[in-house]
Design a protein around this ligand. Structure first.
Ligand code: MRU
Length: 375
């Protein structure tokens, strides 16, 4: 994979890609930069079966709510393209293809429970297919239509990131020192990112910014991914361990916090990477604005509060070991929730591609989402 270190000023994507679609003589492929080995290696993967796509999501080769959604959409399209290609010359029916598509949706839907973008993208692909089942399309036409729908979802994500970046950059002043948790950058989307997009846009506009990056245990998305991304863009950063955030807030060194989200409930409660809640409480205690940046596809108006958000429990070894090196006594009891919920009281604003939502969120999110192309 080639990595270009100098993105164009104003570009809607970085100089490298997180997830993309390719077609060659072997057929279709969902392509990813393997985030499980970054930053030590930059490796691109060509996945040719929906099972490989599901495994890549489960094992965090691709992660971050919008990127998971785009990947799942591509996975659905891949499932149909591959199925149609394998049955070329046979009398494949639309009913058989739809059954295969639904099975792919179930497979992909079992990968990670918290990021609602996954289910949103699967549902949108299913609905697109169902819309055209009466149109007597050929299997090849249906496969192309689903590929185009997945490409549209990816393109919409690129545009949403740029819009969130532009809106969010208006909240960043020249000279600001910002703090972020986990990775909500280009690696977590098909475009510029969510929480990092305002920082990219502000930096490209010539504002001096400095970013404190929480390392984000247990899987170190901050240290491995956010630090790498910001370095690629030559944005000044300081990497800290998660337990240092309060120290730097208390000493007056942080002007605002920007984080992403995996699911936002109707009342504005936000599920994001484990540790986000602690950062929000600290920001509140120090009167530091706490901004959540997320596209409308992350907002789940069907659930009234964060209490209803399913929290993924991951392998205990992510905690008892660091990058495969055991640090805790063997056999020790471990808890490993991958996400926590930040109550809406701690959220200063939610920046979406359609506008900036402020409290009361049960009103403002509904207004913003009513303009969203909901499924
Ligand atoms: O477990 P991960 O790495 O998928 O968790 C990612 C996060 O929590 C991000 O902050 C969130 O998905 C927003 S990404 C734009």
């Amino acid at each position: 994979m080639s990595v270009h270190n100098q993105p164009q000023e104003g570009a809607s994507e970085p100089g490298w890609k997180t997830v993309w679609w390719e077609e060659d003589e072997q057929g279709a492929a969902v392509c990813l930069v393997d985030q499980s080995v970054l930053p030590q290696a930059v490796v691109s993967l060509h996945l040719r079966h929906e099972q490989q796509v599901a495994d890549a999501i489960t094992t965090l080769k691709v992660r971050g709510a919008p990127a998971i959604g785009v990947t799942a959409a591509f996975g659905m399209a891949l499932a149909v393209c591959r199925f149609v290609q394998e049955h070329e010359g046979t009398a494949l029916t639309i009913v058989e293809i739809m059954a295969h598509l639904r099975a792919a949706g179930k497979l992909l839907g079992r990968t990670r429970p918290t990021a609602v973008n996954l289910f949103w993208a699967i549902e949108r692909m299913l609905q697109r297919a169902e819309q055209v089942t009466q149109q007597s399309l050929s299997p090849q036409q249906l496969a192309r239509l689903l590929r185009d729908e997945a490409l549209a979802i990816a393109a919409e994500d690129v545009a949403a990131c740029l819009s969130m970046g532009t809106l969010g950059a208006s909240l960043i002043k020249d000279g600001d020192i910002l703090l972020t948790h986990c990775n909500a950058g280009a690696l977590a989307t098909a475009g510029l990112g969510t929480a990092l997009a305002p920082i990219y846009v502000a930096h490209r506009a010539g504002k001096q910014v400095h970013v404190f990056v929480d390392e984000t245990r247990p899987v170190l998305q901050g240290a491995r991914l956010t630090a790498w991304e910001l370095q690629q863009e030559q944005i000044p950063l300081t990497l800290i361990t998660d337990n240092m955030a309060g120290h730097f807030m208390r000493s007056g060194g942080i002007n605002a916090v920007f984080v992403g989200a995996d699911r936002i409930a109707a009342n504005g409660d936000v599920a994001n990477k484990i540790g986000t809640y602690s950062v929000a409480v600290l920001a509140h205690a120090h009167a530091i604005p706490f901004y959540v940046v997320a596209p409308c596809s992350t907002i789940d108006l069907a659930i009234p509060s964060g209490d209803h958000i399913p929290i993924e429990q991951r392998n205990p070894e992510e905690v008892s070991a660091v990058r495969g090196a055991q640090v805790a006594p063997v056999g020790v009891r471990v808890a490993n929730p991958a996400f926590d919920v930040t109550p809406h009281q701690y959220v200063t604003a939610i920046i979406t591609e359609k506008g900036i939502a402020r409290p009361p969120y049960d009103v403002s999110l509904g207004q913003i989402c009513s303009e969203h192309n909901t499924i």
